[in-house]
Design a protein around this ligand. Structure first.
Ligand SMILES: Nc1ncnc2c1ncn2[C@@H]1O[C@H](COP(=O)(O)OP(=O)(O)O)[C@@H](O)[C@H]1O
Ligand SMILES: [Mg+2]
Length: 172
């Protein structure tokens, strides 16, 4: 009986530790050309920053055709692909890497549904957009894709390992 109790406790502790490890994520975000042209850089970064997720990389860049083709390769066969590449390369963007527990799910929640008409109020696309072809922001849909997309836009040494002094006020 005692033995059983001990092993259950061990399993719970292992699971808790595993949860902490699994949920620490890196997310790739890009403020698209419409966001930059509309002067929304600060406003949109603020929405992400205030969650407590940590920005570990950021750059202002004009996406090249080669970068866009790699980034959106999964959409290559879609009818909107050519216009998507044209849009993302049409003006400067802000690329960011954001790190923290559940960074992908939390960021995607703040970004909102792909079509601004479906995006909930309070989300970036819901509050600032009307057109699916001008939806302001990109955020990777999985840790795996985030890793791939980060690799297109950042070198590992451009990502900064730092500890925000307020970290204990955001996570236990
Ligand atoms: N039907 C569409 N017409 C025009 N552009 C689209 C369409 N569907 C998707 N896009 C563009 O392609 C991007 C990538 O699509 P997708 O990965 O499905 O959405 P999300 O950006 O929400 O992950 C969208 O953010 C949008 O800019
Ligand atoms: Mg996507």
């Amino acid at each position: 009986m005692i033995q059983e109790h001990v092993s259950v406790t061990l399993i719970i502790n292992k699971t808790q530790k595993l949860d902490k490890l699994i949920t620490m994520e890196r997310e790739f975000v890009m403020l698209k050309p419409d966001a930059v042209q509309r002067g929304l850089i600060g406003t949109l970064i603020n929405r992400l920053e205030r969650t407590g997720l940590k920005i570990i990389g950021m750059k202002f860049l004009k996406v090249t055709k080669e970068m866009a083709e790699k980034h959106y390769e999964v959409h290559k066969a879609r009818p909107f692909y050519a216009k998507l590449v044209e849009y993302i390369t049409s003006a400067p963007t802000v690329a960011m890497v954001i790190e923290g527990p559940n960074a992908v799910a939390i960021t995607r929640k703040i970004v909102g549904a792909t079509h601004p008409a479906d995006a909930a109020p309070g989300t970036i696309r819901g509050d600032f957009g009307i057109d699916i072809g001008r939806n302001l922001i990109h955020a990777s849909d999985s840790v795996e894709n985030a890793k791939m997309e980060i690799g297109i836009y950042f070198k590992e040494e451009e990502l900064i390992d730092w500890t925000p002094t307020l970290a204990p006020w955001f996570t236990e």
